[in-house]
Design a protein around this ligand. Structure first.
Ligand SMILES: Cc1cc2nc3c(=O)[nH]c(=O)nc-3n(C[C@H](O)[C@H](O)[C@H](O)COP(=O)(O)OP(=O)(O)OC[C@H]3O[C@@H](n4cnc5c(N)ncnc54)[C@H](O)[C@@H]3O)c2cc1C
Length: 434
């Protein structure tokens, strides 16, 4: 019997638990450790922050569906991992053993890297449901007395899609309220150009996103290093060409949402030899720790090098579909390891992002994520807005029901020419489709 423990019950961890349960017989124990009782669907957060969704609509109570599927559920954050003894520990001093550990703990939000940044400072965040609810409360106050809005991302950020989404969603919401004419808006980003997305651009993402910002009267500053946030003022250094002095801006705001850079969570970052200096789990091509081969990891918590060096640091995004590809590879590889075979499954690491702009949206597809790519395109349309709503519904259904491959992955992604796993080390001929 193998004892498999998964830490982190988010977009990566919950499907991983269901997938493992489906693939392994009941003699093997699967335990999922989460820090709260509910699964939160993070991609809905921008909608929550403008009151288009409420928390119960976009979250799922986890105990019942997990236990129904024979998955042991522990609703207490892991506070340490002893990789030598193969144990996960909790704040009350107790420990549980594992044969295989899967780490899917997502990001720690590095607000402290910019003075005044974040919900305990002067800007809002949409990274968690709690933050989005706070952002929504603050937005309702703002609506009583509108003024300038600044949206963007801090130096070192890797997740730009939600920042663009939120700027456009706010624009759409303010237009509906007939308040847009009272709100100058600015988008501030460390990306070297608009539409870079931490991916070096995807298709004509630069042209599309610039046009969209212009169309919506949203000004922008790229190559921007936010240096501090004060009550009502955002301080920005805009980096010029090499050897050119930086241009300083002070942007007044009545409402601001800035995404922070990410780090790895403390319990994981503290394991000797497991992580890079920012606390992200180092993995091989089979999603395993090179130092501790019985530890696997997927999602935002894994170390991925930036796609390219940028003047102001940016990271590579890890999006939902790519995360599922990683967990699918982990399930295959754990199954092989239990059977005494070497791992063979590799994630495709394709970046697919449906960025919703409240009425229309833009879809980005980069196969693979790191250039040079086989497929790269960005397309705009109302269908993206609808596809994003479908993504939300299917994912929440998947969490409630324990389905491992719902229609969205099976049909929609195939229609886009995307698969979750690479063919196992098989040389591909030009006639193969993947
Ligand atoms: C606002 C926002 C919108 C996004 N929108 C999209 C989108 O539309 N499409 C897309 O593809 N991607 C999107 N992403 C990117 C990505 O898909 C999400 O960040 C996704 O939630 C990452 O999944 P994850 O499993 O790595 O982490 P998470 O979903 O964050 O899950 C990690 C879980 O681990 C828990 N945890 C942390 N530490 C511990 C501990 N010590 N013990 C136990 N549990 C712990 C956390 O509480 C959390 O529940 C978005 C990201 C953000 C921030």
């Amino acid at each position: 019997m193998a004892n498999i423990v998964i830490v982190g019950a988010g977009i990566g961890g919950v499907p991983c638990a269901y997938d493992l349960r489906k693939q392994l017989d009941s003699s093997h124990q699967i335990t999922l450790i989460g820090s709260s009782g509910r699964f939160e669907f993070t991609p809905s957060n921008p909608w929550m922050a403008v009151g288009w969704r409420e928390a119960p609509d976009t979250s799922v109570e986890l105990r019942k569906p997990l236990e129904k599927h024979g998955i042991r559920w522990i609703q207490t954050p892991a506070s340490r991992i002893d990789a030598e003894k193969r144990q996960v520990g909790f704040a009350d001093g107790s420990d549980i053993p594992y044969d295989y550990l899967v780490i899917t703990t997502g990001p720690k939000l590095a607000f402290e890297e910019v003075p005044g940044l974040g919900p305990s400072g002067f800007s809002q965040s949409i990274c968690t449901h709690a933050h989005s609810l706070q952002a929504w409360e603050r937005y309702q106050v703002f609506l009583q007395n509108p003024g300038p809005i600044v949206i963007g991302a801090a130096p070192g950020a890797s997740c730009f899609g939600p920042a663009y989404e939120f700027a456009m969603i706010l624009d759409a919401d303010l237009r509906k309220r007939k308040l847009r004419d009272r709100v100058p808006m600015t988008y501030v980003t460390p990306e070297p150009y608009i539409g870079h997305m931490g991916l070096g651009g995807v298709g004509d993402s630069k042209g599309l996103m610039e046009a969209e910002l212009r169309q919506r009267h949203i000004k922008w500053i790229s190559n921007a290093k936010i240096t501090r946030v004060e009550d009502g003022n955002l301080h920005v250094e805009e980096q010029g060409e090499a050897a050119q002095p930086a241009k300083n801006h002070v942007l007044p705001f009545a409402y601001s949402m800035i995404l922070p850079a990410f780090l790895g969570v403390d319990a994981v970052a503290a394991v000797p030899g497991l992580c890079n200096p920012r606390g992200f789990v180092l993995i091989d091509q089979f999603q395993r720790s090179p130092k501790y081969p019985e530890i696997y990891s997927a999602g935002v918590c894994v170390a991925i090098p930036p796609v390219e060096v940028t003047q102001v640091p940016t990271g590579a995004p890890k999006t939902g579909y790519m995360i599922e590809s990683m967990t699918a590879a982990i399930c295959e590889n754990i199954k092989s390891a239990i059977a005494g075979h070497p791992p063979t499954a590799k994630a495709t690491w394709n970046a697919i992002c449906l960025a919703d702009f409240g009425d229309i949206g833009i879809a980005f597809v980069a196969l693979p994520q790191i250039p040079p790519r086989n497929v790269t395109w960005a397309k705009q349309g109302k269908w993206v807005h609808l596809a994003k709503i479908a993504f939300e519904k299917y994912f929440l259904h998947k969490v409630r029901s324990g389905t491992t491959t719902p229609v969205y992955e099976t049909y929609v992604m195939k229609a886009l020419g995307i698969e979750r796993l690479k063919l196992k080390d098989k040389p591909k001929s030009a006639g193969d489709t993947q």
